[in-house]
Design a protein around this ligand. Sequence first.
Ligand code: HEC
Ligand code: HEC
Ligand code: HEC
Ligand code: HEC
Ligand code: HEC
Ligand code: HEC
Ligand code: HEC
Ligand code: HEC
Ligand code: HEC
Ligand code: HEC
Ligand code: HEC
Ligand code: HEC
Length: 264
Amino acid sequence: MNHAKIHLKSAGLLLAGALILPFLAGTTVAGAAGLTPDDCLKCHEKAPLDIANHGAAHQTEVTCVECHAGHAPIDANNIPQCSQCHEGTPHYELDNCLSCHTNPHTPLIISIDSNLTQPCLTCHTDQMAQLQQHESKHTQVSCSTCHRAQHGMIPDCMQCHSPHSKEMTQEDCLSCHKPHMPLQVSYPAETPSSSCASCHGDVLNQLQGNPAKHATLSCATCHQEQHKMIPQCVSCHGEPHPEVMHKNFPQCGQCHGLAHDLNK
Ligand code: HEC
Ligand code: HEC
Ligand code: HEC
Ligand code: HEC
Ligand code: HEC
Ligand code: HEC
Ligand code: HEC
Ligand code: HEC
Ligand code: HEC
Ligand code: HEC
Ligand code: HEC
Ligand code: HEC
């Protein structure tokens, strides 16, 4: 990197127009290494503007001339390699940095288009661990099938799936499914019975058709947290009758029938 910041005496003249640059090649531009970042502005518009708007650390931590040492025509190639300054982590071993960091002057505007998984794993490992430990059809699609276009974009489930019932929102989906382990269905206590009824409509009808007080309880009050969990009557009621009666009739259902359809 060249930190020299010698102003060319003739900078004003030199910078009057790009067209005269070649004529001055042998003389003034020999001092191209002496150009300062302020000089670049006089001939280049886009790069300085990009940096001013979205330069991030490439605005605050480096200057134009630390990346672009020299200038055409004296120095034919003044385009730096990223590895000049970034090396030593798996992320910096990836191929083709500019495929994601499409513009080095706006390094944090990152475009994600093709089918990517491996490059994401240079930073995110938890999600892959979940996808692999809980095999599902999501394990077979790449990260960027879902997280595409801009880095950090969160997809809506409904881009690829129909909801179980019309009124369900993305927030509902995430209350039961985790996207990186979608078959491990678990849900909070406040889950409305209507969500369960989108698949178990018959159970809701049965429950609501019964006059017993269970009809006032939500599905999730009894079937707590994990899908397919079956509660024990005694976990809520204990053994309310005389001991001898429970001994003789060990199943509550022998007298009470089904939880959804109590014989009161
Ligand atoms: C007097 C006008 C002028 C000034 C000042 C100037 N440039 Fe340039 N620059 C040009 C022109 C004209 C080209 C196109 C040259 C070519 O393609 O051979 C160019 C090309 C470039 C390129 C592209 C090289 C390539 O291989 O594609 C870079 C990078 C660059 N300039 C950076 C800078 C930086 C950094 C500064 C300030 C330190 C600067 N320029 C100052 C006129 C200027
Ligand atoms: C962190 C390093 C870095 C900094 C800082 C940087 N550039 Fe660049 N610049 C690059 C790289 C890398 C390329 C080549 C991009 C490509 O191949 O698409 C480039 C390309 C260019 C080009 C040619 C392509 C274009 O966009 O027109 C110009 C001109 C240029 N830079 C000017 C500047 C100026 C002026 C500054 C300061 C305001 C600057 N650069 C700051 C790395 C940098
Ligand atoms: C001349 C040195 C230099 C070059 C060449 C360079 N960078 Fe940087 N870059 C830096 C410095 C210094 C930082 C800030 C410290 C850090 O994050 O390592 C930085 C930061 C970054 C950041 C994080 C920005 C932020 O604000 O957090 C990204 C992304 C990045 N560089 C990408 C690239 C890519 C891609 C290339 C090649 C096209 C490249 N850099 C070339 C010096 C450079
Ligand atoms: C698959 C896309 C992709 C590729 C290819 C890629 N990057 Fe990145 N890079 C990212 C993403 C995403 C971030 C995270 C940005 C953030 O923190 O918001 C990042 C962050 C960075 C950072 C800043 C933070 C850090 O952890 O270091 C630097 C520097 C960087 N990349 C340099 C490079 C270099 C150099 C290359 C090529 C060797 C490269 N990147 C290739 C996507 C990519
Ligand atoms: C260089 C490291 C790096 C790489 C590579 C990287 N990320 Fe990230 N990612 C981060 C960091 C740091 C954050 C948190 C900061 C932020 O939100 O930008 C993040 C955040 C995210 C988020 C969450 C955004 C939110 O709103 O919570 C998603 C989704 C994401 N990355 C997906 C990906 C995907 C998919 C890839 C591969 C295409 C990838 N990342 C590559 C560093 C990286
Ligand atoms: C980019 C598309 C996409 C998005 C977004 C998406 N999925 Fe999927 N999902 C799929 C594909 C493809 C399958 C496999 C479908 C098949 O083979 O029938 C699948 C399957 C599933 C399965 C069944 C898994 C199995 O192994 O049988 C569940 C559950 C699921 N998705 C839930 C969700 C939820 C919840 C969301 C939102 C958090 C979501 N998906 C977002 C593409 C997507
Ligand atoms: C089927 C679509 C899908 C796939 C495939 C997928 N994700 Fe996600 N991801 C999501 C959704 C949806 C969220 C939002 C979760 C939330 O808000 O609770 C998310 C959240 C994230 C987050 C934010 C933090 C977190 O864990 O909630 C990161 C980081 C992330 N994903 C990275 C990845 C990576 C890396 C891969 C590939 C190994 C990947 N994702 C595969 C849909 C997916
Ligand atoms: C109340 C909890 C709950 C909510 C809310 C929920 N799901 Fe499900 N989902 C399940 C259960 C349970 C299964 C069945 C699992 C099984 O077959 O064992 C399932 C299965 C799926 C499947 C696999 C194919 C199928 O239809 O059987 C997909 C895809 C799916 N859900 C997507 C979604 C989406 C998208 C949303 C949001 C609109 C959503 N789910 C909301 C509990 C829920
Ligand atoms: C996407 C559809 C779907 C949703 C939504 C759904 N389930 Fe299920 N549920 C199923 C399927 C499929 C089975 C397996 C049926 C079978 O084995 O006959 C099942 C089975 C069950 C079982 C019985 C397990 C057993 O051992 O027989 C219970 C209990 C259950 N679900 C409760 C719930 C509750 C509570 C909710 C709401 C929080 C819910 N389900 C939401 C599809 C769903
Ligand atoms: C998650 C807790 C829970 C579970 C599990 C549960 N119940 Fe209940 N049950 C209740 C609540 C709460 C009431 C209403 C009490 C009240 O309002 O006085 C109730 C009421 C009853 C009543 C009185 C009905 C009425 O209308 O007066 C009977 C009988 C009963 N339960 C039997 C059972 C049986 C049998 C089982 C197992 C098949 C069972 N319960 C499982 C919570 C539970
Ligand atoms: C009072 C607690 C309680 C409530 C409320 C409750 N269940 Fe159950 N459920 C049970 C018990 C206990 C069983 C085991 C069978 C039995 O003893 O009646 C069961 C069995 C099931 C089964 C498997 C057998 C069958 O009948 O298909 C499904 C599915 C089910 N419940 C879904 C639901 C749904 C959906 C709701 C809400 C509409 C719900 N349950 C409300 C306690 C309850
Ligand atoms: C031999 C038949 C029988 C068996 C077995 C039985 N019960 Fe009962 N249970 C009854 C009768 C009859 C009543 C109504 C008595 C009354 O109104 O005082 C009753 C009432 C109840 C009530 C309502 C009490 C109230 O104060 O309103 C609950 C709760 C209850 N039983 C729970 C259970 C549980 C839990 C089991 C299993 C551990 C069980 N029962 C087993 C016959 C039985």
